[in-house]
Write a protein that binds this ligand. Structure first.
Ligand code: ZN
Length: 295
């Protein structure tokens, strides 16, 4: 069992293939717990969050962020994950309770839950005037295939992507993780092919994560007889950027009638963060004070 969430970056000896691999069990479990997701929604959400963290590991500056948004018109609704350059990520799915029966034993119907009629969008905010936005149509809604298509069509990078979340019978996340292999200019087709075969022979990335002691050993299996160097390691964590004060502003912007309505429904003044599910409570005097301060 791998005890912590973290990410490794490696490069082959010929420096033509980059490998990023992540263990995300605790993150995927926290996303499940915070959003109270069904088994299939946990898998979809965990895959998207893992993918965003893998991609976000390339962010360079302190305040850079990367958002991965997937909307396939399925019953799960949109899934959004945002990560920063420190390996912190947060994510939500529009309909966390949506679920579907699995059609294949041991395989959750993620593609069906997500749907495949929509798009995958990557937003890289690196402090420029306009963030970089890349968008492709979904291929299968299974996320990994959709990302492979994104890398090829939007960034012209031949890639291999594997993402997996293993959900236990009590709905907790037993194991989660993923990897992205990217060919750089000059990479031999044969190298990518043999890596693809190695990934296929792993069968399921989440099973491998559940069985392994560390990512280094998973990487070893993946690389087979290919020489490589590990070039980076960093911790990953579920972390949201919401705070009590900022969310209070939402309430302060409501009219007194709207506030009264909100309080009537829930018995108190509260706002919950979409991204992490955290609920913040306020008293009337606090909000009145904020309303007074507004210009
Ligand atoms: Zn939050």
């Amino acid at each position: 069992m791998i005890t912590k969430d973290y990410l490794l970056k490696a490069i082959d000896k010929d420096k033509t293939v980059r490998i990023t691999i992540a263990h995300t069990t605790a993150l995927a479990e926290e996303a499940h717990r915070r959003h109270d997701t069904s088994a299939t929604a946990s898998a979809a959400l965990g895959r998207v969050l893992t993918a965003a963290l893998l991609m976000g590991s390339d962010l360079k500056n302190e305040s850079d962020t990367l958002t991965l948004r997937i909307n396939g018109e399925g019953i799960g609704g949109a899934i959004v994950a945002t990560v920063d350059s420190h390996g912190n990520g947060r994510a939500f799915i529009s309909n966390p309770q949506a679920d579907l029966p699995s059609r294949h034993p041991g395989k959750l119907a993620v593609g069906e839950l997500v749907g495949r009629e929509g798009y995958l969008e990557v937003i890289r905010d690196t402090g420029m005037k306009q963030p970089f936005i890349g968008r492709v149509n979904l291929v299968s809604g299974e996320i990994a295939e959709d990302l492979t298509s994104y890398f090829l069509l939007s960034e012209q990078i031949p890639s291999l992507v594997a993402l997996g979340v293993l959900v236990d019978t009590d709905l907790s996340v037993k194991a989660a993780g993923g990897l992205i292999v990217q060919a750089m200019p000059g990479a031999q087709d044969a190298v990518l092919e043999s890596l693809e075969n190695n990934i296929l022979s792993l069968n399921s990335i989440s099973d491998v994560m559940a069985r392994s002691q560390d990512l280094e050993s998973v990487l070893k299996i993946l690389m087979g007889d290919m020489g490589y160097d590990i070039i980076g390691q960093s911790p990953l964590a579920f972390r949201c950027t919401c705070d009590r004060e900022r969310l209070a502003a939402i309430l302060a912007n409501l009219s007194r009638e709207e506030l009264a309505e909100t309080a009537e429904q829930t018995g108190r003044l509260e706002v919950s963060c979409n991204f992490c599910g955290e609920v913040y409570h306020y008293d009337w005097a606090e909000i009145e004070e904020l309303k007074k301060q507004k210009p």
